[in-house]
Every structure is written in C-alpha cells, then in structure tokens.
Design a protein around this ligand. Structure first.
Ligand code: BGC
Length: 339
C-alpha cells in the first residue's frame, strides 16, 4: 500500500513536471499581430511576404486585412486583447488609432507602423517604410527629365492626382513632387488646364482607383476635347491603370504617366508602352527590415534605424527605417521580376 502511494505520487510529479515543461515551450513562441488594409493588391503582397518571413523565424502570425477604418480599429482592438508580443499596423487612416492604441501602451505592447505612419499617438515605437520623400522627388524628377523641362521643354499640358487624404504618405508624395514641378507651372512650361493643383482638388478618396475614374473622364471631356493631355501625375499603379483605361476609351494618345508600387500589371503596361514608369517598393525589402525591427523590439534591443528626424507624428519624432525605392521604366523593366 505504502509502495502504491509512493508510485502514484511519483507519477503525479512527473506529470506535473511534463505539463509545466509544455508551458515553457509554448511561452517561447512569440506572436505578432499584423493589421493591414485590403485596399490595393500591394498590401496583400506585403502581408504574404511579412507572414512568410516571420514564420520562417518561428513567430506565430495573426494577420488581418480590413476594408474600412472602423473594421481596422476593431481588428486592432481584438489584436491588443490577445496580448501579442508586437503589433504591426498599415493604417487605413493614419490618425485613427489614438484611442485604440492606448491599451497597447498600457500593456507595453510595442507597435510598429508599416509603410504608413500612425499620427498623434506616442504608442507607436518605430516606423518601417520606404523613403516617402524620395518617392515624391523621384516622380517629379522623372517627369522633369522626360520632358526636358530643365532644358526649356514645353509647353506641356499636365493634370495631377494624389492618394487618399487620410494617409500621410499621399501628402508627402504630392508636396515633394510639386516642389519640383511648380516652377514650370509658374513659367508656363507646364500648363494645368483644369487649374486643379491643390491636394484637396486632386486627392483620390481612400486611394480607391474607382474614385479616380469619374475625375479623369471629366478632365478629358471638359478640358482636353480639343487639346492633348501630355502628362498625368498618378500617385500609384492602381490609379494609373484606371487613368490609362480612360485614355484608351477616349481614343487619346497615352500620356507620360507615373505610378508607384511596382505592381505586376504596371510592369506589363510599361512593357506595352502604356505606362511610362513606376516607383517599385519591393515587398521583400521592406518586410525583411520590418522583421529585423520586430525581433529587436521583442527581444528588448535597439532596432536598426536610419531616420530620426523626418517623421514627426504630431506627438513625437518616430524613429524609422526607410528603404530605398527603385524607378522602373522601359529601360530596366525586363531585368526585374515583378513581385
Ligand atoms: C502606399 C502606396 C500604396 C497606397 C495605396 C500608400 O500609403 O505608400 O505604396 O499604393 O498607400 O495602398
């Protein structure tokens, strides 16, 4: 009897030890919550790439996509409730997470802004993106060179489109491009027949390319029925695709037109001579940097950053790593595989 009791106790102890062992192993698996928009195909590519790299590094990834600000706010709330080790957000609306992220801060959950910064909150720890200023500059400089504006080229007719007002990037892109092109509008080398040049006039709500269609239709009908629209500033590839469809429908010659992201469809249009150029943001380049950032914050060490001045979010200067985008046009499109 004594012997049986001893055996039971030993078995119980072994069982308890095994259980606590399991617990320890589980604790070692770190979870990353990722909340992205599903508004353009580039977000899906970024999400796939980030998930793959994180899983290769043994992270558990809880990824969610959303179509509206409200949906994304509730996804972020749910994510915080599950106590992840880090949250990565590609915000639909840069300023919509001030309240939602207070809980993350209370719980000491690090938050990383992905591609888009989070405004007016000090809950954001770091920002991983492409150099948005350089993207805006790149669009302006490409157009300036393509039209030989420095050499006195023109006059050329130009119309402008910008991204969604609730995304800080869209403002940076247009501001930087305009700095380069404005002098030529002033001296008449560039002519904007519609006169629509402010951000409010040219923004495409939510970056939704469908919202760009009525405006380009109206511009072509109203201002270019008897004139050529030579140049269009398009803030990304999705929107360039819609603008070019409307040029085709109206039987107009293709303009010099910009794009952004490096979408496979844009690479195809560049090969076909429809789209002039795109600024490619290789998802693997950004996600690799972001994963290094995540690892550092989870381990409590300093991540690799290369910008501590440019991203003042209204509350603090957010330390950032900015990747270098790449201009793709007909001269180099065939040397790259689209992602
Ligand atoms: C990104 C662009 C993207 C756009 C629409 C912007 O914040 O910087 O690369 O095309 O959002 O998703």
């Amino acid at each position: 009897m004594k012997y049986a009791k001893f055996l039971c106790l030993t078995l119980l102890l072994i069982f308890a030890a095994a259980l606590s062992g399991c617990g320890n192993t589980e604790e070692k698996v770190k979870t990353v919550a990722v909340c992205f928009p599903n508004t353009t195909s580039s977000w899906q590519r970024n999400g796939d790439s980030l998930k793959k790299l994180l899983e290769e590094d043994n992270f558990k990834v809880d990824i969610q996509f959303s179509a509206t600000v409200e949906e994304q706010q509730s996804q972020v709330k749910d994510a915080i409730a599950k106590n992840p080790d880090c949250i990565v957000i590609g915000a639909i609306d840069s300023a919509a997470f001030v309240d939602v992220l207070q809980d993350a801060q209370k719980k000491n959950i690090p938050v990383i802004g992905f591609d888009r910064i989070l405004l007016d909150t000090d809950a954001i720890s770091y920002y991983a993106s492409f150099d948005n200023g350089a993207i805006g500059d790149g669009m302006g400089e490409y157009i300036e060179a393509a039209l030989n504006l420095k050499g006195g080229g023109g006059p050329y007719n130009i119309e402008f489109f910008a991204g969604g007002p609730s995304d800080k990037n869209a403002h940076i892109f247009l501001t930087n491009t305009m700095k380069i092109l404005e002098p030529y509008l002033r001296n008449g080398q560039l002519v904007c027949r519609s006169g629509q040049t402010t951000f409010e006039q040219v923004a495409v709500a939510d970056w939704n390319s469908a919202n760009a269609r009525p405006r380009i239709q109206e511009l072509l009908n109203k201002y270019y029925s008897d004139a050529t629209l030579n140049v269009v500033l398009s803030p990304n590839d999705d929107i360039a695709g819609v603008i070019l469809e409307e040029f085709e429908r109206a039987g107009k010659p293709y303009p010099v037109i910009s794009g952004l992201d490096g979408d496979p469809a844009a690479f195809e249009r560049i090969r076909e001579g429809k789209q002039t150029f795109t600024i490619a943001k290789d998802p693997d380049v950004l996600t690799a940097k972001c994963v290094r950032m995540i690892k550092a914050v989870v381990e409590g060490t300093q991540p690799d950053i290369n910008d501590v001045t440019n991203y003042d979010n209204g509350v603090k200067i957010v330390p950032a790593y900015l990747c270098t985008p790449m201009i793709i046009d007909r001269t180099n499109v065939n040397s790259l595989a689209a992602k």
